[in-house]
Ligand binder design. Structure first.
Ligand code: NG6
Ligand code: CA
Length: 517
């Protein structure tokens, strides 16, 4: 029962405090408030995890969590892209309620209101220590950021006591780490300037200096060059502070491990949000993972990510925290192969199926855009197995609140803690998913996509988006790949779905579904 007590903590406490720890009231609250580690991958597809039994890539460490925990087959990210999903995850609010919740440039202001309830704030109020280590992509500052000063507000102003992040994405400038609002390792004599509209005079770009590139751009990604990789956005200066892409996984892992080890001896439980950068572009596995998947850099970064997850798991185990730590493992949106660089993701894919049996991928209203691997692990506490219950990442705020004794709720967040623990299989009745401000409905076994203008396929990434002039209605139970549109043959169901859709979207959205017919 007290396995979670680290050796250092045991030795640090005296006999009297040991007695008080053993008192029933304390026992109860200790058990009720486990540490929480939220591992959030970037563009990991439903079929990318081998426990999901559809792709050919092997992910042994992700499988340890999936097979030793509860694996959801109907677990959704709120959006088919990064920023909106993260916004919903941390606030329990649908991203289509906030017009700013779209893919952000590295210079965007923080889109979470500092007065808003968030997952880390809620946990902090319940006595948790809180940290984010990894990819942020929710904006920083209030509009104009001076990267050479303290950047305010930052993640620490929305509930994280410690933050060590990359501002936006690995393919966007500034390519530096930021800790608690300060660029790490910045030389004051070499200040950083960032601009998303125009280049700084004399600075090379992917367009003007192709001879400097070690990775070639396919679409977009032809602005400033950092470590031979052309990025989105222009950056000047900050040479000493620039990250090493191939060392990024080790860098964040080392920070994550250090945090866990440090907090193992704290009396407070901790919440570690660990948003990883893999397998998002540019895919830059450490050389020790190069060529290991046979699928090119995308597969190699997935093996790297899998290894990182194993290392985190082992750290928790060594610290004696495994039995008192709830681990959630999921992805911000579905998979994409060519997302802007020539990196063999398409050419070397082989028989692997990142979307599994689902249609579409990142950016899509079809299932693969938002249905992602979703695993909850808590050794000795959780009901092991597979759950087909409908759950969304948006539900984590209310659910974890109920777990830790808080009455906070996110605007759209449902308390599904029993479902996340495997005690119940009654998930949500319905959820709205989003892709580039367009929305679709998932309810029961059914998916409904309203008519939208726009291309059926996003040609550059070669993904079917779900746009169609017709209503689309699919029975996912018999047609998970969304091939058979039943909107004409089952008008009653379509009407029922439309009603639910309008009921949820109602007037609460700041973005009118303008393209909706
Ligand atoms: C797109 C980028 C893509 C990726 C995405 C954000 C281009 C052409 N494409 O605009 O490469 O960075 O934004 O991905 O620039 S996400 O997972 O963070 O949402
Ligand atoms: Ca993403």
């Amino acid at each position: 029962m007290f396995l979670w007590l680290s050796k250092s903590r045991l030795s640090a406490i005296g006999f009297l405090s040991l007695i008080s720890i053993l008192a029933p009231a304390q026992q109860k609250s200790d058990k009720k408030n486990p540490n929480i580690v939220l591992i959030y991958l970037d563009d990991l597809g439903y079929g990318d995890v081998s426990a999901y039994q559809s792709g050919t890539l092997r992910t042994p460490n992700m499988d340890v969590l999936a097979n030793g925990g509860l694996r959801f087959t109907n677990g959704y990210a709120s959006s088919a892209t990064c920023t909106p999903s993260r916004y919903a995850l941390l606030t329990g609010t649908y991203p289509w309620r906030n017009q700013q919740a779209k893919i952000l440039p590295g210079t965007a202001p923080l889109i979470i209101d500092t007065a808003q309830m968030t997952l880390p704030k809620m946990l902090k109020a319940q006595g948790y220590e809180t940290a984010v280590i990894g990819k942020w992509h929710l904006g920083l500052g209030t509009g104009f950021v001076d990267w050479n000063q303290e950047i305010i507000p930052n993640p620490n102003h929305v509930g994280f006591e410690f933050s060590h992040i990359l501002a936006a994405t690995q393919d966007r400038v500034p390519t530096v780490y930021i800790e608690n609002g300060w660029v790490v390792n910045l030389d004051p004599n070499d200040p950083i300037q960032v601009d998303y509209d125009k280049n700084f005079e004399g600075e090379p770009t992917g367009l003007s200096n192709p001879e400097m590139l070690t990775m070639k751009w396919h679409h977009g990604h032809n602005n400033s060059i950092v470590n031979g990789i052309p990025r989105i956005g222009f950056m000047k200066g900050g040479e000493r502070a620039k990250w090493s892409d191939v060392d990024m996984a080790d860098h964040f892992l080392q920070k994550g491990k250090a945090y866990i080890t440090e907090k193992a001896s704290s009396e407070k439980p901790f919440f570690l949000f660990f948003p990883m950068h893999q397998p998002h572009v540019p895919r830059t596995p450490h050389p020790r993972f190069e060529g290991k998947s046979g699928m090119g850099p995308r597969g190699d970064t997935l093996l790297e990510a899998d290894w990182v997850i194993g290392e985190l798991y082992t750290t928790l185990e060594i610290e004696g925290l495994l039995e008192n730590t709830l681990i959630i493992f999921t992805s911000d949106n579905g998979p994409v192969l060519n997302d802007g660089y020539y990196d063999d993701a398409v050419e070397k894919l082989g028989n692997h199926t990142p979307s599994g049996p689902l249609r579409g991928g990142k950016y899509a209203l079809f299932e693969a855009g938002t249905k992602v691997p979703f695993v909850v692990f808590w050794k000795g506490e959780i009901q092991l197995g597979v759950s087909n219950a409908l759950v969304s990442q948006i539900d984590l705020l209310s659910s974890l609140a109920s777990l830790v004794g808080s009455s906070e709720t996110g605007m759209d967040s449902e308390n599904l803690m029993d479902v996340f623990m495997g005690k119940s299989h009654e998930g949500r009745e319905a959820v709205i998913v989003e892709a580039s401000t367009k929305t679709a409905l998932r309810a029961g076994d059914w998916a409904m996509i309203p008519p939208y203008t726009g291309p059926a396929v996003q040609n550059q990434v070669n993904i079917e988006l779900g746009n169609s002039p017709e209503y689309q209605l699919y029975n996912l139970k018999i047609d998970p790949g969304q091939r058979n549109n039943l909107s004409k043959s089952n008008p009653e169901k379509l009407e029922e779905m439309k009603k639910i859709y309008h009921l949820i979207r109602g007037n609460g959205s700041t973005i009118e579904p303008l393209e909706l017919k």
